[in-house]
Design a protein around this ligand. Sequence first.
Ligand code: 3PG
Ligand code: MG
Length: 373
Amino acid sequence: MQLPSIDDLGDIAGKRVLVRVDFNVPLGERNGALIVTDDFRIRSALPLFHDLQSRGAEVTACTHLGRPQGKPVAKYSVQPVREHLNSLIDGVHVLENLRFSPGEEGNDREFGIQLTDSYDVYVNEAFGVSHREHASIMVPPTLIPSAAGPNLAHEVETLIGLLTNPRRPFVAIVGGAKVADKLGITKVLVEKADAVIVGGGMAFTFWRAMGRTIGDSLVDESRIADVAELIATGRVHVPDDVWALPTGAPFGTGGSETPTHYVGNVPEGFMALDIGPESARKFAEILHSAGTVLWNGPMGVFEDPRLAAGTRAVADALVGSDAISVVGGGDSAAAVEQFGVASQMAFISTGGGASLELLEFGDLPGLRALRGE
Ligand code: 3PG
Ligand code: MG
């Protein structure tokens, strides 16, 4: 896809550049103050900032943080992000959270004009939010010379390349909890890939379509018929065994109950929360001979050590295979980070929803804006 690049902007020495970044990063508390707990998205933007500064430009970054609903909310201030960025690079200004104004999410042209007012040039390096028709994404390219940042361009090339010309066999892994959100992309992947592995909370809607009992596991009743069509292609692989906890037993950040192993069916009163060892072995075998792997969504509640083995097994299988591994989505990216294998993946997308929409539709609103369409 042809997007204007920084070079296309010509000489930007002395120019004021507004960079839209996606610094919507997780925050945590330390000594009563908020700090950045995962700076992957921040570090990813440093090459662009250095490049712009070395060209003599004056750089200002703008981002959203969380969902403050159009008004200032103290805990969503960008201050911790600003401080973190300042510890990594000098001289980059950071504007306050764009979503403190209703104009941002409202894609209000007036808000976009005000935002752009003090700048000569605009760069979109916010792939993760380019599926949103928000003012900071849509309006500046209509007003001042604009370009795609290098990460955004690289993400677009990589993800589109994956769909047009993957090294085969092409295996997609889809997981996480939101069947409704991911069904569209799963359909596309079943068309394009040689095999689609379904894990995580999504898998139990597939189990229901196969007539298995799922206890109190996650299910999207309205999607069972759609899912049955996907299963009928014969290219979809689901787990056969799982780890489950009694319904209501705490998991995630607390809880000590030992999970129970079930094969084929989960009884009433239990909720499946990770794939089991048989499934992990089956999936690893499929991944072993893959040429390309696209991974979006974890196999279980990997932030809980009792429920991490399935996701870890997939991560290990990717490390052990010769496949080109592309990881898309915040949770899968966090998982490979947590397991210490991030550097062994060919590519990790900074955007979750955005990478899925790009794969599903082949384009994004923010990319159309950069192309002047
Ligand atoms: C993300 O973290 O997925 C992006 O920053 C977009 O955030 P949003 O889902 O709140 O629009
Ligand atoms: Mg998100």
